[in-house]
Design a protein around this ligand. Structure first.
Ligand code: DX5
Ligand code: ZN
Length: 220
């Protein structure tokens, strides 16, 4: 049975002056998740939006809010993002390090699905023990901070490795990939075992976003 592929447009590439309309636009176009890139200007050299944006976008439509926290000390903000209505909160291994398991448990304690994120240069071994705690693992296929960057194909080996760990252990865990995903490489990402494809510029840069989202599903 071919698995379903979820498409998570990244609002980083949306028009920030019309975020509510942009949420409705991607929902009408068939998106499954709304990928909200929270950046603090410290963990990454860019600043986007925070808790109030999540709270206000929660009131728009019914897309699953997939909150990607590119921030230092995420443990200090989990409660606020949970109460703002995040459905998934994903935190970077590189921001949590040895505290990762506790942060994942903290997210779950609020009834929110938890996930961990690894940068392109972080080996799977660093997070292998924590996958059992996750509802989702996010593999970055660009270095975080900006949309519109070039896909780093070497990360597909990590996707295959994590897919094997999830399947061999029967974990109920999604595998998401984020960064430079487009119609040229989405099939490779799916074949490498990814369930959720984040796409910012490939969706919001398209003249027909419904077709863009459909094409990213690679026929699944
Ligand atoms: C980068 C973000 C990504 C980015 C994806 O730090 O985490 O979600 O917005 O944008 P594209 O698809 O344009 O690479
Ligand atoms: Zn992201």
């Amino acid at each position: 049975m071919t698995k379903s592929i979820k498409i998570a447009p990244s609002l980083l590439s949306a028009d920030f002056s019309k975020m509510g309309e942009e949420m409705k636009r991607i929902e009408r176009a068939g998106a499954d998740f709304a990928h909200l890139d929270v950046m603090d200007g410290v963990f990454v050299p860019n600043i986007t939006f925070g808790i109030k944006m999540v709270k206000d976008l929660k009131k728009v439509g019914s897309l699953i809010l997939d909150c990607h926290l590119m921030i230092v000390n995420p443990q200090n903000y989990v409660e606020q993002f949970a109460k703002a209505g995040a459905d998934y909160i994903t935190v970077h291994y590189e921001a949590c390090k040895k505290d990762l398991a506790n942060v994942l448990k903290q997210i779950k304690s609020y009834g929110v699905k938890c996930g961990l994120v690894i940068n392109p240069d972080t080996p799977v071994e660093k997070i292998e023990q924590c996958i059992a705690l996750c509802d989702m693992v996010l593999v970055m296929s660009v270095f975080p901070g900006f949309g519109g960057q070039k896909f780093i194909p070497e990360v597909l080996d990590k996707c295959r490795a994590i897919r094997r760990i999830i399947d061999q252990n029967g974990y109920d865990c999604l595998l998401e990939i984020d960064g430079g995903i487009n119609v040229e490489n989405c099939e490779q990402a799916v074949l490498a075992g990814c369930d959720v494809l984040v796409a910012g510029s490939a969706v919001f840069g398209a003249s027909d976003i419904e077709k863009a989202i459909r094409d990213l599903r690679c026929g699944r």
